[in-house]
Structure formats: structure tokens, C-alpha cells
Design a protein around this ligand. Structure first.
Ligand code: NAP
Length: 300
């Protein structure tokens, strides 16, 4: 199939493009001018590239023309309103623009990357904007498949890499609050396998999947697991949330500060779901987080 991919230069996108090629599909990537260098060298000659962004209707129409399906992965974890980078614009408006262009070109098959926990009445704009984007596809009669994953791990991820950096940089393991927030990390390998398979799987049409890994761990356990895989033995320091929150609220306005209140909220809310439908429809064993850590840090 010829597949229009937006967000193909990111962590998940790079894995997805390789998987699509392996499965015999032909990806056509929408890439911003300044991100052309982020297309991995090993796939550059095997994909079509349309230069542009999701706010450029001409690029969208050119990119989607002749495609059989769209996969949209565009997303951000942090907004910068002063620079015009808001969740509403990147999650909702981008999805709407791509969807409208797809409809104009008669392409209604739309695979959408959402996130576990999205809802209209959620406290954070991250979740609300993703919910609105999903709902737009549902309300406008697209043949959608929506994936709502927990945190995703794999080569080039932000999840393990951020924890790894914190462990390397600090003499102690800093844990916000009690750290008992449940997470069900899922492998990027399984996420992209699902997307690629969904293209031809009729059962996945008009379905929303919770995409989670095989096991649940608390955040505290995850930090311990990463530290132990790295061969680091450090004491844990639990910082009470009532002390961290005001600090984060003041400092989050500075881009150099690594955490926002929304991110802290999303962490403490946890991220677990029911992966039965995903497993039934997409099969295969789900990779577990400890196996990945072993591969990643096995040689340390
Ligand atoms: N990673 C996770 O743990 C996780 C968990 C749940 C859901 N998700 C969702 O999965 C998707 C992919 O995540 P990821 O981890 O691969 O993120 P990522 O590495 O940050 O990649 C994000 C992608 O979105 C594009 N993008 C961001 N802002 C854009 C904008 N304003 N206009 C056009 N393109 C823009 C980026 O393009 P450039 O290369 O041009 O910057 C990149 O291709 C996102 O929707 C995310 O919310 C991720």
C-alpha cells in the first residue's frame, strides 16, 4: 500500500517507516524542511518525501494524492505557547488539516496515534487535544484505527533515555512522591507492528485500541530497574509532591527546565490499560521492558 505518514521523523515514526518497508508498503513522508536530516540514512532512498508541514494545505494534498491510507503520528509532550506551539495546534489542528486533505483526496483510511488516558474532561491540554483529534476522525466518518499507548520504549526512546540521564546526573534516585504510579511500558516494535498490520486488517477498522505492554510496574520500580540494568546502585530520595509542584509551576515557563506541571500530573496519574483487544487482533508476543533493558544495557 502507498501510505502517507506524518510524524515519520520522530522516535516511533522512524521505527514505523522501517517496518512499513519490511512489510512491502511504500511510505510517503511529510517532513518539515528543518527535519529532513532526521530521515534515517538507511531509508532515505526507499521513501518518498514531501516537504512541508500539516498547516500547508498544498503540501498535504500533494502528499496524500494517490495514497491508500494515512498514518498520523505528529505529537508533542510539551507546549511552548509563546512560540505558538500549543497542544491544540499540534494535536487537534494538525490532525484536522490532514484529515480534511485526505477526505478531499478520497482517502478515508486513517490510522491515528493517540495516547492512553485521553478524555474530553481531562485536566491537561495534552489529553484533551488528543481526544478532540480522535473525535474529529470518529465524527467525520473516517475508517479510523486509533492506538492509545502507554509509555513506549525502544531504541531512541525518550522514556528510558530520560530516566537514564537522571540516574547518571544525580547521586541519588529522585522519585516524585511515593512513586507508586502504575505504568505498562509497551515496545515500539509492537506498536509499529500493529500499525503496519492494521493497514490490511479489516477487523481493526473503526476501532480504538489500548496499547500496553505485558506487565505493570510502578514508576519507582521502573527507575530501580533501569538503574540496576545500568549497574548503578543508588539510594532513592522521595521528594514530597507538595514540595515539587510549586517549584515546577514556577520553573516550567523556562524551556531549559526539564519538567512541566502537566508532565508531572500525567506521571502521577499512571498509564495502564487493557491490551486484550490489541493482542487478539494483532497477535504476537509483546516484548517486555526487562528484556529490552537487558538488550540496551547488557554490555553496559
Ligand atoms: N513516546 C511515547 O512514549 C508515546 C506514548 C504515547 C503516545 N505517544 C504519541 O506517539 C506519537 C509519536 O511520539 P514520538 O515519541 O515518536 O514523538 P517524537 O519523537 O517527538 O516525534 C514527534 C513527531 O511529530 C512531529 N511534529 C512535532 N511537532 C510538529 C509540528 N508542530 N508540525 C509538524 N510536525 C510536528 C515531529 O517532526 P519533526 O521531526 O519535524 O520535529 C516528529 O516527526 C505522538 O503523537 C505522541 O503523542 C508517544
Amino acid at each position: 500500500m502507498k501510505v502517507f505518514v506524518s510524524g515519520g521523523t520522530g522516535f516511533v515514526g522512524r521505527h514505523l517507516v522501517r517496518r512499513l518497508l519490511e512489510d512491502g508498503h511504500s511510505p510517503r513522508l511529510l517532513v518539515r524542511k528543518n527535519s529532513l536530516h532526521r530521515i534515517p540514512p538507511d531509508v532515505r532512498d526507499r521513501v518518498e518525501v514531501v516537504e512541508g508541514d500539516p498547516y500547508d494545505l498544498a503540501a498535504l494534498l500533494e502528499g496524500i494524492s494517490g495514497c491508500d491510507a494515512v498514518i498520523n503520528l505528529i505529537g508533542i509532550i510539551r507546549d511552548f505557547p509563546k512560540k505558538g506551539i500549543t497542544f491544540e495546534r499540534v494535536h487537534f489542528e494538525a490532525t484536522k488539516n490532514i484529515a480534511d486533505a485526505a477526505r478531499e483526496k478520497g482517502v478515508l483510511r486513517f490510522l491515528q496515534m493517540s495516547a492512553l488516558g485521553v478524555d474530553w474532561d481531562e485536566l491537561t491540554e495534552y489529553f484533551r487535544s488528543k481526544w478532540k483529534a480522535d473525535q474529529y476522525l470518529i465524527d467525520h466518518d473516517f475508517v479510523y484505527t486509533i492506538f492509545r499507548p502507554s509509555v513506549i520504549f525502544g531504541e531512541g526512546d525518550g522514556f528510558t533515555t530520560t530516566i537514564e540521564k537522571l540516574i547518571r546526573q544525580s547521586p541519588v534516585l529522585i522519585i516524585p512522591g511515593r512513586g507508586e504510579y502504575p505504568l505498562q511500558p509497551v515496545s515500539v516494535r509492537d506498536v509499529v507492528r500493529g500499525f503496519s498490520r492494521a493497514l490490511t486488517l479489516e477487523a481493526s477498522q473503526k476501532r480504538i485500541y489500548q496499547v500496553t505492554g505485558p506487565e505493570t510496574y510502578t514508576y519507582r520500580e521502573v527507575v530501580r530497574m533501569v538503574a540496576s540494568a545500568m549497574g548503578k546502585r543508588k539510594l532513592a530520595l522521595h521528594l514530597p509532591l507538595r514540595l515539587i509542584i510549586p517549584f515546577v509551576i514556577v520553573l516550567e515557563r523556562f524551556p531549559f527546565f526539564p519538567l512541566t506541571y502537566d508532565q508531572l500530573y500525567m506521571l502521577t496519574k499512571g498509564s495502564v490499560g487493557d491490551n486484550r483487544a490489541f493482542r487478539e487482533d494483532f497477535g504476537g508476543d509483546l516484548e517486555d521492558f526487562p528484556s529490552y533493558l537487558e538488550k540496551r544495557f547488557g554490555g553496559r
